[in-house]
Design a binder for this molecule. Structure first.
Ligand SMILES: [Zn+2]
Ligand SMILES: [Zn+2]
Length: 348
Protein backbone atom coordinates (compact mmCIF):
# COMPACT_ATOMS: atom_id res chain seq x y z
CA UNK A 1 0.00 0.00 0.00
CA UNK A 2 1.21 3.46 -0.80
CA UNK A 3 0.95 6.55 1.34
CA UNK A 4 1.61 10.24 0.77
CA UNK A 5 3.52 11.90 3.57
CA UNK A 6 4.50 15.51 4.12
CA UNK A 7 7.59 16.62 6.02
CA UNK A 8 6.51 19.65 8.09
CA UNK A 9 10.08 20.96 8.17
CA UNK A 10 10.45 21.29 4.42
CA UNK A 11 6.85 21.16 3.20
CA UNK A 12 7.98 18.38 0.89
CA UNK A 13 5.77 15.46 -0.03
CA UNK A 14 6.96 11.90 -0.53
CA UNK A 15 5.26 8.72 -1.71
CA UNK A 16 6.04 5.73 0.52
CA UNK A 17 5.46 2.84 -1.91
CA UNK A 18 6.85 -0.41 -0.56
CA UNK A 19 5.29 -2.43 -3.39
CA UNK A 20 7.80 -0.87 -5.76
CA UNK A 21 10.77 -2.46 -4.02
CA UNK A 22 10.23 -5.77 -5.84
CA UNK A 23 9.96 -4.40 -9.36
CA UNK A 24 12.41 -5.78 -11.90
CA UNK A 25 15.43 -3.74 -12.79
CA UNK A 26 16.85 -4.42 -16.21
CA UNK A 27 19.48 -1.78 -15.69
CA UNK A 28 21.65 -3.13 -12.93
CA UNK A 29 24.39 -0.57 -12.62
CA UNK A 30 27.63 -1.71 -14.17
CA UNK A 31 30.31 -1.65 -11.51
CA UNK A 32 31.99 1.72 -11.83
CA UNK A 33 35.11 1.58 -13.91
CA UNK A 34 38.15 2.51 -11.90
CA UNK A 35 41.29 3.96 -13.26
CA UNK A 36 44.34 2.64 -11.52
CA UNK A 37 46.54 5.66 -11.18
CA UNK A 38 48.28 7.54 -8.39
CA UNK A 39 45.57 9.15 -6.30
CA UNK A 40 46.02 12.91 -5.77
CA UNK A 41 44.55 12.68 -2.26
CA UNK A 42 46.95 10.00 -0.98
CA UNK A 43 49.94 10.91 1.21
CA UNK A 44 52.93 11.56 -0.99
CA UNK A 45 50.86 13.14 -3.76
CA UNK A 46 50.46 16.56 -2.10
CA UNK A 47 51.82 18.37 -5.16
CA UNK A 48 48.86 17.12 -7.20
CA UNK A 49 46.49 19.41 -5.29
CA UNK A 50 46.61 23.17 -4.66
CA UNK A 51 48.53 24.04 -1.44
CA UNK A 52 46.69 23.13 1.75
CA UNK A 53 44.45 25.72 3.41
CA UNK A 54 44.66 23.74 6.68
CA UNK A 55 46.23 20.51 7.93
CA UNK A 56 45.45 18.42 10.97
CA UNK A 57 47.91 16.08 12.64
CA UNK A 58 47.75 13.58 15.49
CA UNK A 59 47.94 15.14 18.98
CA UNK A 60 51.33 16.65 19.73
CA UNK A 61 52.78 16.11 16.26
CA UNK A 62 54.31 18.92 14.19
CA UNK A 63 52.56 19.78 10.92
CA UNK A 64 54.49 18.58 7.89
CA UNK A 65 53.50 17.12 4.56
CA UNK A 66 54.68 13.76 5.83
CA UNK A 67 52.39 13.39 8.82
CA UNK A 68 49.06 15.07 8.08
CA UNK A 69 45.95 13.15 9.06
CA UNK A 70 43.30 15.46 7.55
CA UNK A 71 44.11 17.98 4.84
CA UNK A 72 41.93 20.82 3.51
CA UNK A 73 42.70 22.04 -0.01
CA UNK A 74 40.97 24.42 -2.42
CA UNK A 75 39.02 22.45 -5.03
CA UNK A 76 41.10 22.25 -8.20
CA UNK A 77 37.93 22.49 -10.31
CA UNK A 78 35.82 24.89 -8.23
CA UNK A 79 32.13 25.54 -8.79
CA UNK A 80 32.45 28.94 -7.11
CA UNK A 81 35.49 31.01 -6.19
CA UNK A 82 36.41 33.86 -3.87
CA UNK A 83 38.60 35.85 -6.28
CA UNK A 84 35.95 37.00 -8.76
CA UNK A 85 34.84 40.61 -9.24
CA UNK A 86 31.21 41.08 -8.23
CA UNK A 87 28.60 41.74 -10.88
CA UNK A 88 24.87 41.47 -11.03
CA UNK A 89 22.31 41.76 -13.81
CA UNK A 90 18.63 41.13 -14.10
CA UNK A 91 16.43 40.72 -17.14
CA UNK A 92 13.35 38.86 -18.28
CA UNK A 93 15.41 35.77 -19.12
CA UNK A 94 16.89 35.59 -15.66
CA UNK A 95 19.21 36.98 -13.06
CA UNK A 96 23.00 36.87 -13.31
CA UNK A 97 25.61 37.12 -10.59
CA UNK A 98 29.33 36.37 -10.33
CA UNK A 99 29.82 32.86 -8.93
CA UNK A 100 31.51 34.18 -5.81
CA UNK A 101 32.07 31.68 -3.06
CA UNK A 102 34.43 29.11 -1.62
CA UNK A 103 34.89 25.50 -2.66
CA UNK A 104 37.20 23.32 -0.60
CA UNK A 105 37.94 19.62 -0.29
CA UNK A 106 38.46 18.01 3.10
CA UNK A 107 40.64 14.93 2.61
CA UNK A 108 39.70 12.65 5.49
CA UNK A 109 42.66 10.30 5.51
CA UNK A 110 46.23 10.05 4.19
CA UNK A 111 45.48 6.40 3.31
CA UNK A 112 43.44 5.40 0.32
CA UNK A 113 40.07 4.52 1.88
CA UNK A 114 36.75 4.93 0.08
CA UNK A 115 34.27 5.38 2.91
CA UNK A 116 34.10 7.16 6.22
CA UNK A 117 33.44 3.75 7.79
CA UNK A 118 37.09 2.82 7.20
CA UNK A 119 38.37 5.64 9.40
CA UNK A 120 39.01 5.50 13.14
CA UNK A 121 36.73 7.53 15.41
CA UNK A 122 39.64 9.90 16.05
CA UNK A 123 40.11 10.43 12.32
CA UNK A 124 36.41 11.20 11.87
CA UNK A 125 36.63 13.62 14.78
CA UNK A 126 39.55 15.46 13.11
CA UNK A 127 37.46 15.62 9.94
CA UNK A 128 34.49 17.10 11.81
CA UNK A 129 36.81 19.59 13.54
CA UNK A 130 37.99 20.65 10.08
CA UNK A 131 34.33 21.14 9.05
CA UNK A 132 33.79 23.51 11.98
CA UNK A 133 37.03 25.42 11.40
CA UNK A 134 36.37 25.96 7.70
CA UNK A 135 32.82 27.13 8.33
CA UNK A 136 34.10 29.60 10.92
CA UNK A 137 36.88 30.71 8.57
CA UNK A 138 34.56 31.50 5.66
CA UNK A 139 32.01 33.25 7.86
CA UNK A 140 34.46 36.15 8.06
CA UNK A 141 33.92 36.85 4.36
CA UNK A 142 30.93 39.17 4.47
CA UNK A 143 30.03 38.48 0.85
CA UNK A 144 29.04 34.94 1.86
CA UNK A 145 25.78 33.95 3.54
CA UNK A 146 25.94 30.19 3.88
CA UNK A 147 28.38 27.27 4.00
CA UNK A 148 27.33 23.72 3.21
CA UNK A 149 29.48 20.78 4.30
CA UNK A 150 28.67 17.71 2.24
CA UNK A 151 30.07 14.36 1.30
CA UNK A 152 29.75 12.30 -1.87
CA UNK A 153 30.85 8.70 -1.37
CA UNK A 154 31.36 6.31 -4.30
CA UNK A 155 30.47 6.87 -7.95
CA UNK A 156 26.67 6.74 -7.59
CA UNK A 157 27.03 9.27 -4.78
CA UNK A 158 28.59 11.72 -7.21
CA UNK A 159 32.22 11.24 -6.20
CA UNK A 160 34.71 11.67 -9.04
CA UNK A 161 37.61 10.53 -6.86
CA UNK A 162 37.08 7.55 -4.58
CA UNK A 163 39.54 8.57 -1.83
CA UNK A 164 37.33 9.46 1.13
CA UNK A 165 36.74 13.22 1.22
CA UNK A 166 34.09 15.84 1.92
CA UNK A 167 33.57 19.31 0.56
CA UNK A 168 32.57 22.78 1.64
CA UNK A 169 30.80 25.16 -0.69
CA UNK A 170 30.02 28.64 0.60
CA UNK A 171 27.64 30.86 -1.34
CA UNK A 172 26.47 34.51 -1.28
CA UNK A 173 22.84 33.53 -0.76
CA UNK A 174 21.16 30.91 1.43
CA UNK A 175 20.50 27.80 -0.75
CA UNK A 176 16.81 27.21 -1.45
CA UNK A 177 16.61 23.83 0.37
CA UNK A 178 17.95 25.50 3.50
CA UNK A 179 15.82 28.62 3.01
CA UNK A 180 12.76 26.39 2.82
CA UNK A 181 13.64 24.63 6.08
CA UNK A 182 14.30 27.98 7.76
CA UNK A 183 10.94 29.36 6.62
CA UNK A 184 9.10 26.25 7.88
CA UNK A 185 10.98 26.36 11.18
CA UNK A 186 10.10 30.05 11.69
CA UNK A 187 6.46 29.45 10.86
CA UNK A 188 6.24 26.43 13.19
CA UNK A 189 7.97 28.36 15.97
CA UNK A 190 5.15 30.87 15.59
CA UNK A 191 2.44 28.22 15.95
CA UNK A 192 4.07 25.93 18.56
CA UNK A 193 5.96 28.58 20.51
CA UNK A 194 8.89 26.11 20.47
CA UNK A 195 11.42 24.68 18.04
CA UNK A 196 9.73 22.28 15.62
CA UNK A 197 12.74 19.96 15.56
CA UNK A 198 12.67 19.68 19.37
CA UNK A 199 8.97 18.83 19.17
CA UNK A 200 9.67 16.26 16.50
CA UNK A 201 12.31 14.63 18.73
CA UNK A 202 9.80 14.44 21.60
CA UNK A 203 7.20 12.76 19.42
CA UNK A 204 9.68 10.36 17.86
CA UNK A 205 10.93 9.36 21.32
CA UNK A 206 7.36 8.59 22.37
CA UNK A 207 6.91 5.88 19.72
CA UNK A 208 10.53 4.94 19.01
CA UNK A 209 9.43 3.41 15.70
CA UNK A 210 11.81 5.42 13.55
CA UNK A 211 14.72 5.78 15.97
CA UNK A 212 17.92 4.05 14.87
CA UNK A 213 20.35 4.95 17.64
CA UNK A 214 20.70 7.47 20.44
CA UNK A 215 23.10 8.57 23.11
CA UNK A 216 23.22 11.38 25.65
CA UNK A 217 23.87 14.01 22.95
CA UNK A 218 22.19 12.79 19.75
CA UNK A 219 19.25 10.98 18.22
CA UNK A 220 19.58 9.22 14.84
CA UNK A 221 16.27 8.53 13.13
CA UNK A 222 14.71 7.74 9.78
CA UNK A 223 12.47 10.77 9.13
CA UNK A 224 8.72 10.24 8.85
CA UNK A 225 8.64 11.50 5.26
CA UNK A 226 11.91 9.90 4.15
CA UNK A 227 12.68 10.69 0.50
CA UNK A 228 15.14 7.82 0.10
CA UNK A 229 15.43 4.25 1.43
CA UNK A 230 17.38 4.31 4.73
CA UNK A 231 17.55 8.10 4.82
CA UNK A 232 18.84 8.90 8.32
CA UNK A 233 19.06 12.19 10.20
CA UNK A 234 21.20 12.92 13.21
CA UNK A 235 19.90 15.65 15.50
CA UNK A 236 21.36 17.01 18.73
CA UNK A 237 19.06 16.32 21.68
CA UNK A 238 19.61 19.75 23.11
CA UNK A 239 18.39 22.68 21.02
CA UNK A 240 21.21 24.39 19.07
CA UNK A 241 21.07 26.21 15.76
CA UNK A 242 24.74 26.08 14.80
CA UNK A 243 26.90 23.01 14.14
CA UNK A 244 29.99 25.23 14.38
CA UNK A 245 29.40 25.74 18.11
CA UNK A 246 29.39 22.04 19.07
CA UNK A 247 32.00 21.48 21.80
CA UNK A 248 34.78 18.94 21.72
CA UNK A 249 33.15 16.11 23.66
CA UNK A 250 29.80 16.16 21.80
CA UNK A 251 31.78 16.39 18.55
CA UNK A 252 33.61 13.18 19.51
CA UNK A 253 30.26 11.51 20.10
CA UNK A 254 28.96 12.77 16.76
CA UNK A 255 32.02 11.41 14.95
CA UNK A 256 31.49 8.01 16.55
CA UNK A 257 27.76 7.96 15.81
CA UNK A 258 28.07 8.97 12.16
CA UNK A 259 30.77 6.38 11.54
CA UNK A 260 28.60 3.77 13.26
CA UNK A 261 25.59 4.68 11.11
CA UNK A 262 27.61 4.42 7.89
CA UNK A 263 28.89 1.01 9.05
CA UNK A 264 25.30 -0.13 9.67
CA UNK A 265 24.18 1.13 6.27
CA UNK A 266 27.08 -0.70 4.61
CA UNK A 267 26.13 -3.89 6.45
CA UNK A 268 22.72 -3.66 4.78
CA UNK A 269 24.07 -2.72 1.32
CA UNK A 270 27.75 -3.40 0.78
CA UNK A 271 29.73 -0.77 -1.11
CA UNK A 272 26.86 1.64 -0.58
CA UNK A 273 27.02 4.97 -2.39
CA UNK A 274 25.81 7.76 -0.12
CA UNK A 275 25.78 11.45 0.57
CA UNK A 276 25.54 13.39 3.76
CA UNK A 277 25.36 17.07 4.48
CA UNK A 278 25.12 19.32 7.51
CA UNK A 279 22.32 21.85 7.77
CA UNK A 280 23.36 24.62 10.13
CA UNK A 281 21.97 28.15 10.57
CA UNK A 282 22.99 30.78 8.00
CA UNK A 283 25.67 33.35 8.76
CA UNK A 284 25.06 36.90 9.87
CA UNK A 285 21.80 38.78 9.61
CA UNK A 286 18.88 36.92 11.07
CA UNK A 287 20.33 33.86 12.75
CA UNK A 288 17.27 31.72 13.49
CA UNK A 289 18.67 30.88 16.90
CA UNK A 290 15.32 29.86 18.40
CA UNK A 291 13.66 28.26 15.41
CA UNK A 292 16.46 26.35 13.72
CA UNK A 293 18.03 23.14 14.96
CA UNK A 294 21.17 21.99 13.14
CA UNK A 295 21.29 18.40 11.90
CA UNK A 296 23.13 16.02 9.62
CA UNK A 297 21.25 14.16 6.86
CA UNK A 298 22.56 10.88 5.44
CA UNK A 299 21.11 9.82 2.12
CA UNK A 300 21.95 6.40 0.64
CA UNK A 301 21.85 6.43 -3.15
CA UNK A 302 19.82 3.34 -3.96
CA UNK A 303 17.12 4.96 -6.08
CA UNK A 304 17.46 7.28 -9.05
CA UNK A 305 15.59 10.50 -9.52
CA UNK A 306 13.45 10.14 -12.62
CA UNK A 307 10.70 12.01 -14.48
CA UNK A 308 8.16 12.00 -11.67
CA UNK A 309 10.59 13.29 -9.05
CA UNK A 310 12.02 15.94 -11.35
CA UNK A 311 8.61 16.95 -12.67
CA UNK A 312 6.86 17.21 -9.31
CA UNK A 313 9.44 17.49 -6.56
CA UNK A 314 7.76 14.45 -4.94
CA UNK A 315 9.96 11.48 -4.10
CA UNK A 316 8.95 7.84 -4.30
CA UNK A 317 10.53 5.76 -1.56
CA UNK A 318 10.16 1.96 -1.68
CA UNK A 319 11.31 1.38 1.95
CA UNK A 320 9.21 2.86 4.74
CA UNK A 321 11.22 4.67 7.41
CA UNK A 322 9.74 2.33 10.05
CA UNK A 323 11.16 -0.68 8.22
CA UNK A 324 14.43 1.12 7.49
CA UNK A 325 14.88 1.99 11.18
CA UNK A 326 14.10 -1.59 12.22
CA UNK A 327 16.72 -2.97 9.85
CA UNK A 328 19.30 -0.36 10.83
CA UNK A 329 18.75 -1.08 14.53
CA UNK A 330 19.44 -4.76 14.01
CA UNK A 331 22.40 -4.28 11.64
CA UNK A 332 25.81 -4.68 13.13
CA UNK A 333 27.97 -1.59 13.42
CA UNK A 334 31.13 -3.49 12.65
CA UNK A 335 33.27 -2.26 9.85
CA UNK A 336 33.44 -4.36 6.73
CA UNK A 337 37.10 -5.27 6.91
CA UNK A 338 37.57 -6.15 3.25
CA UNK A 339 36.91 -2.55 2.22
CA UNK A 340 40.41 -1.22 2.67
CA UNK A 341 42.13 -4.14 0.95
CA UNK A 342 39.67 -4.31 -1.91
CA UNK A 343 39.99 -0.68 -2.84
CA UNK A 344 43.70 -0.21 -2.39
CA UNK A 345 45.15 1.55 -5.36
CA UNK A 346 48.29 0.31 -7.01
CA UNK A 347 50.80 3.04 -7.35
CA UNK A 348 53.04 3.25 -10.38
ZN1 LIG B 1 44.01 8.03 -2.44
ZN1 LIG C 1 15.32 22.58 18.62
Amino acid sequence: MSELRRDPLSDRWVVIAENRAGRPDQYQPASARRIVAPCPFCRGQERETPPAAATYVADGQPTTDANWQVRVVPNKYPAVRADLPAYQADSAVGETRAAIGAHEVIIESPQHLVSLSGLSDRQVELTFTAYQDRLVYWQRDDRLAYGLIFKNARAAGGASLEHTHSQLIATPSVPSEVARELACAERLLGSYGACAFCRLLDEEAATGARIVAEDEHYVALCPYASRFPYETWVLPRRHASRFEDVGRQPLQRLAHLVRELICRLEQIVSELAYNYWIHTAPWGGENYQRSYHWHLEIVPRLTRMAGFELGTGYFINPVSPEQAARRLRSASDERIPSDEAKFSVQKN
